[in-house]
Ligand binder design. Structure first.
Ligand code: SAM
Ligand code: MG
Length: 214
């Protein structure tokens, strides 16, 4: 049977990246996606913005919505302080299986809890089943129509505290108009746009960074 794109991405990692070296895993994926097959990773250009936000926040608790092959997961995990709790959610078991192997190749499996399931089911379980009080940083990068309902769900479940940061990818392309309208106009957030480009292209896209004010 034919291989899938995530399987080919994993093979590129195994062929070109050094075990235990997250930077080489990131580089191998970016090379593959820029020159061989486009894939929906946050990518190198927006990845630099993601890196700077993670470094600035220096979070003890992180939630990622949408793991895919684990590219952004590796980017985030390599920058976390020791002992940080990092949960990433993915509802497609086939890509989750690839992500586990990418994460292991980077040597970061002890820093990441990949949970398989839908965000709408798992967010309400974060406190009781996953022992999280609140998240310092949430990276939203799953299906674009889920950004707004899942943000409201995180609010309702008490997972955001004063100063929590939401960082949302693809707010222009493919776009998240209802989320942007909400987050930019709600008095509960202070929001800022970081202009960039859709991964591996010259098409405008960007990240929206929003501080929860409580
Ligand atoms: N963050 C990844 C990166 O930059 O490397 C890319 C994530 S990709 C754009 C989106 C992923 O979210 C897909 O793998 C999809 O299966 C997953 N997904 C979409 N909606 C979801 C949901 N409601 N709950 C869990 N996973 C979801
Ligand atoms: Mg994205």
């Amino acid at each position: 049977t034919r291989s899938t794109r995530p399987q080919r991405l994993l093979h590129a990692v195994q062929k070109n990246a050094t075990r235990g070296d997250p930077r080489s895993v990131i580089n191998a994926i970016d090379q593959f996606c820029r020159h061989k097959e486009w894939a929906m990773n946050v990518g190198d250009e927006k990845g630099c913005i993601l890196d700077s936000v993670v470094s600035e926040v220096n979070p003890s608790t992180v939630l990622e919505l949408g793991t895919y092959c684990g590219y952004s997961t590796v980017r985030i995990a390599r920058l976390l302080p020791p002992g940080a709790k990092f949960i990433t959610l993915e509802f497609n078991p086939k890509v989750a299986k690839i992500a586990r192997q990418v994460i292991a190749w980077a040597g970061l499996e002890d820093k990441i809890q990949l949970v398989e399931g839908a965000s709408g089911d798992l967010i309400p379980k974060m406190k009781e089943q996953f022992g999280v009080e609140t998240f310092d940083l949430v990276f939203l990068d799953h299906w674009k129509d889920r950004y707004l309902p899942d943000t409201k769900l995180m609010e309702e479940c008490g997972l955001l505290k004063k100063g929590s940061i939401l960082l949302a990818d693809n707010v222009i392309c493919p776009g998240t108009p209802d989320y942007l309208e909400y987050i930019r106009n709600s008095p509960r957030y202070k929001s800022q746009y970081f202009k960039s480009h859709l991964e591996y292209t010259k098409v405008e896209d960007g990240l929206e960074k929003s501080v929860f004010l409580g």
